[in-house]
Design a protein around this ligand. Structure first.
Ligand SMILES: [Zn+2]
Ligand SMILES: [Zn+2]
Length: 346
């Protein structure tokens, strides 16, 4: 017993000394030097060379976020880098994932709900500061011109400040101004081995709400944006390897709506109940996984993000192994000349 007490006492003394040392400026400076060197080194490491289609979850949440970033998916090949939506918190995740933001080829928007467009300017600013060599193009359905013009106008002063501070050589003013491209459904881009196809989702009353399919050297991923599962969904996933789809847990959302009503919060209850009919239920996506030949279905834009294992289990009731929940910073690797889908968890 005496020995145990001596060990505990010794441990506390060491911890106390350690804490005390961290208050000494010279020790702090040494730690700061090591920490900043590690951060700088990490930022300078390019993505590993790989012949694959890669898909990164830079935002897995809906407005019911529970600490996760809102809608954002990055699709990267050895030659291309596109973002699909840029919800709140997503730019921070792009940095944490170490994605090469200066090489961003374009930002595709599925629709213009705030949880999909909140960080358009942050993406623009970060890629501009990191040396993007051409203006960033915002690609989306009818309405994208209005959004792009509004962001350009709203952040005009910010661009003037940035260039005024760092100089036009480092931040050329023309590269800070967003461009736009309005698309309709069908093939919207062919660039080398990459084809991007837009399809129309079902997210009433939002019209149009798009989703996108990426095909690269025999590998493919579909990103839904916000949508119910319908015939267009079934067509676009035909032959696809991976589907990232917005997903709603009906038992959780229904329970939340009922609880709010019982707690005399009718406004909040109605708002939660209204969400039920314009996102794909987990059940409908499980059915899709059974009826289609898509290899893997990954839920994102989670309504709501399940905060614990019990609610994860509720969300995933009846799901087979090839239907999974995403979380921020998860990423998928689809090597060319292979059927593999490697799931990397943070
Ligand atoms: Zn939406
Ligand atoms: Zn949304």
């Amino acid at each position: 017993m005496k020995k145990v007490l001596i060990i505990i006492f010794g441990f506390l003394v060491i911890v106390g000394i350690g804490r005390g040392l961290l208050k000494v400026p010279a020790i702090q400076d040494a730690a700061l030097e090591r920490g900043t060197a590690a951060i700088a080194k990490r930022g300078a490491i390019p993505l590993p060379e790989s012949e694959s289609l890669r898909v990164y979850v830079c935002g897995s949440a809906s407005p019911l976020g529970m600490g996760q970033a809102q809608a954002c998916i990055a699709v990267i090949t050895p030659e291309h880098f596109y973002l699909i939506d840029s919800g709140a918190g997503s730019t921070d995740n792009i940095s944490r994932l170490g994605l090469p933001i200066s090489q961003l080829d374009g930002l595709l928007l599925t629709h213009f709900h705030s949880d999909h467009i909140a960080e358009i300017y942050e993406v623009n600013l970060n890629s501009w500061v990191q040396g993007r060599p051409q203006p960033l193009t915002i690609i989306g359905p009818q309405g994208v011109e209005e959004i792009t013009n509004a962001v350009n106008a709203g952040y005009r002063q910010d661009r003037i400040y940035r260039t005024g501070h760092h100089g036009a050589d480092l931040l050329p003013p023309a590269l800070g101004v967003l461009e736009h491209k309005t698309i309709t459904q069908g093939v919207i881009l062919e660039d080398g081995d990459l084809t991007i196809t837009a399809y129309s989702g079902e997210h009433p009353p939002i019209e149009p709400a798009m989703g996108y399919r990426f095909d690269y050297r025999g590998r493919s991923v579909v990103i839904s944006g916000d949508s119910n599962v319908n015939d267009d969904t079934m067509k676009i996933v035909d032959g696809a390897d991976l589907l990232l789809h917005d997903a709603l847990s009906v038992p959780t959302v229904s329970a939340l709506s009922a609880a709010l009503a019982a707690a005399n919060q009718p406004r909040q209850s109605k708002i939660v109940e209204d969400v039920l009919d314009y996102h794909a239920s987990a059940e409908s996506l499980i059915e899709l996984s059974e009826k289609s030949d898509v290899d893997m279905v990954a839920f994102y834009h989670l309504v709501p993000v399940p905060p614990n294992s019990l609610l994860k289990d509720v969300f995933m009731r009846g799901a087979p192994d090839n239907v999974i929940l995403t979380e921020d910073l998860m990423w998928f690797e689809l090597p060319v000349d292979s059927d593999d889908i490697v799931v990397n968890r943070p």
